[in-house]
Design a protein around this ligand. Structure first.
Ligand SMILES: [Zn+2]
Length: 198
């Protein structure tokens, strides 16, 4: 993950979180490029910001996670959330690169702040207030990708070795079974022989 610090103007966020903790991640789209988000959040008259913006090859951090960005239109939600902007708009389709980086960032933030990977805690801006934002961004896809990144990697070498051992144990058992089977047959034939001679 390539995160570059691009601080927002101090008018556009509040220092600290007034004692609140981070509970949610709120997803936005820029309706433009990452560079247009950079310009907006640097502008002292906008009174708007997000913590991160996701572009094609890099992520910009505008506001520290410990500070309150003005992104959701609801101050109480802002105090308890991290806002993520994504490069995209009606004429700017959201690319695989943006999805990939979004998933990496969401996985990182969920782990860092113990936020569950679900739709209760990762929400669209439009679920906080009436807005089209985040447009065509498929947040279920981001959550699915982030979850996969967070899953422990399978140790194929150990799995292979365990499988080979289990197979060998089964073969040992098979030899045992064949031996027991032979012994039973022998015993039966001995009994039959005895019956005949009586
Ligand atoms: Zn938004």
């Amino acid at each position: 993950m390539n995160i570059k610090q691009v601080p927002a103007h101090s008018n556009n966020y509040e220092k600290g979180r007034r004692g609140k903790t981070i509970k949610w991640i709120i997803m936005h789209w820029i309706v433009g490029t990452l560079q247009s988000a950079d310009a907006t959040f640097k502008n002292p008259t906008r009174i708007a910001s997000a913590h991160f913006g996701i572009g094609q090859n890099e992520i910009h951090q505008y506001v520290n996670e410990g500070d309150t960005a003005y992104h959701s239109g609801n101050f109480d939600v802002n105090l308890q959330s991290i806002g993520l902007e994504h490069e995209g708009g009606p004429n700017l389709p959201i690319t695989d690169n943006v999805y990939k980086q979004s998933a990496e960032l969401v996985a990182y933030l969920c782990k860092k702040y113990s936020i569950p990977f679900d739709r209760v805690h990762i929400r669209k801006h439009g679920e906080i207030k009436p807005t089209q934002c985040p447009g065509t961004l498929d947040i279920d896809k981001v959550i699915k990708m982030a979850k996969e990144l967070n899953e422990p990697q399978i140790d194929y070498k150990s799995l292979y070795e365990a499988t080979v051992k289990e197979k060998n144990d089964l073969w040992k058992d098979k030899d045992n079974l064949l031996r027991v089977n032979r012994e039973i047959k022998q015993t039966l034939s001995d009994i039959i022989k005895n019956l005949k001679t009586e």
